[in-house]
Write a protein that binds this ligand. Structure first.
Ligand SMILES: Cc1cc2nc3c(=O)[nH]c(=O)nc-3n(C[C@H](O)[C@H](O)[C@H](O)COP(=O)(O)O)c2cc1C
Length: 171
């Protein structure tokens, strides 16, 4: 298995963290990797929000009230701004949320490469998250994730087999 295949197989959603802080240089490496994410027309219509303090993290947890979220020392959020994103001329499709998904994918994998856990969360209350982050109207809260060292060991992946999702020509 190559190192990317190994990383993708190892990364799982982590819903319980050790209280150990994330060293500043480790967080920096993750964020520098995230910054390399591609986006349509290279517009990079995103911001990454970092919540460190108990107060900030509790405010975010009001938008997604799960005890395990607060076990992580950090909560990161990704917001996208459709007005900055590339728009396809023929049908007006806006790439902002697609760009956000690519950023998040880089984030969860870059974190896993550092031995950190994440959990992509979309089931938050957008209005409460907007309030917690004082996000201006033209920014869309796209996803949040806790960031920290996992409390437990990994678990096997639950995935559809390849032959169920693959529509390949017979060889
Ligand atoms: C777009 C998206 C939204 C998700 N939202 C949530 C969520 O709100 N809460 C949660 O606990 N997990 C959430 N997840 C995590 C998925 O449940 C998880 O990725 C999936 O079950 C596969 O498990 P794995 O990440 O451990 O491989 C989300 C994942 C994605 C990609």
């Amino acid at each position: 298995m190559n190192s990317f295949a190994e990383l993708a197989a190892r990364r799982i959603s982590v819903r319980g963290y050790r209280p150990d802080p994330v060293p500043a240089e480790v967080l920096r490496r993750v964020l520098e990797t995230v910054r390399m994410a591609p986006s349509a027309a290279n517009r990079q219509p995103w911001r990454i929000l970092v919540a460190r303090s108990e107060e900030r993290r509790r405010a975010i947890a009001r938008a997604y009230p799960r005890e395990w979220l607060l076990t992580a020392p950090l909560i990161l959020g990704v917001a996208v701004r459709p007005a900055e994103a590339w728009v396809r001329a023929e049908d007006g499709w806006n790439a902002a949320e697609c760009d956000g998904a690519i950023l998040m994918t880089h984030l969860i994998l870059a974190a896993a490469a550092e031995g950190l856990g994440t959990c992509w969360i979309a089931a938050f209350s957008p209005s409460k998250l907007r309030e917690a982050w004082s996000l201006p109207e033209d920014w869309v809260p796209y996803a949040i994730t806790p960031l920290g060292y996992p409390a437990d060991a990994g678990r096997p992946k639950q995935r559809k087999p390849l032959d169920e999702i693959l529509l390949d020509e017979p060889t």
